[in-house]
Write a protein that binds this ligand. Sequence first.
Ligand code: C5P
Length: 225
Amino acid sequence: MNTAIIVAAGSGTRFGGDKPKQFLEIGGKPLLIHTLEKFENCPLINEIVLVIGSDQLFSYREIATKHRVRKVAKIVYGGKTRAESVFKGFGVIDSATAEIVAVHDGARPFVTTEEIAATVRKAQETGAACLVAPVFDTVKEVRDGRIAQTIDRANLRRALTPQAFHYDILRNALLASELTEAATDECCLVENIGFKISIVEGSPKNIKITTPEDWAIAEIYFQKG
Ligand code: C5P
């Protein structure tokens, strides 16, 4: 059984507004529905564990019924940090049947079903896989307000989601870690236990919608189709 944990319990402080952005409509549907549909349509994902805020169950039920969400098997309330939200979602997966666990940000609606499948397949083969995108800017390491070095961008990638793991590998990484703000993705937790993670080259279009500026870019992507 392959499970996707979709984390959508962020407070949205950087986005602002009254309604959490995951329930706002864009491209004709709530943002979260766009994301869920990509996983609903991926044959390699058997079930979804959805992590939302404790005050969002009613809003979620409303949109899930309207848009006929089928694969969400469990709903969990999130924690203070993203890592805590993932940990809580992970906790409801049945260890007896678990194979691959793919973690995805609810705020990334532009992932494709093919990218999800490729990441799950790579994790099946190698134990752990991260969807990544190229870095086009020249990146500097800065120390004490000065440039310490230029990092060769050919060796750099942006870590996207999904990030997929054999159940036991992610379990060991989560148990070994402190679930602080510093743990911004699961790969860093798995790196910390010494496991080498494979990459899957993905599209830079798979943005995380965090700020109103990201929302404006997302609207353009939806208009262009
Ligand atoms: O905060 P960040 O931008 O890293 O959030 C990435 C994803 O994690 C978002 O989809 C957000 O809703 C989710 N998140 C969560 N619980 C938190 C913080 C973030 O589920 N406490």
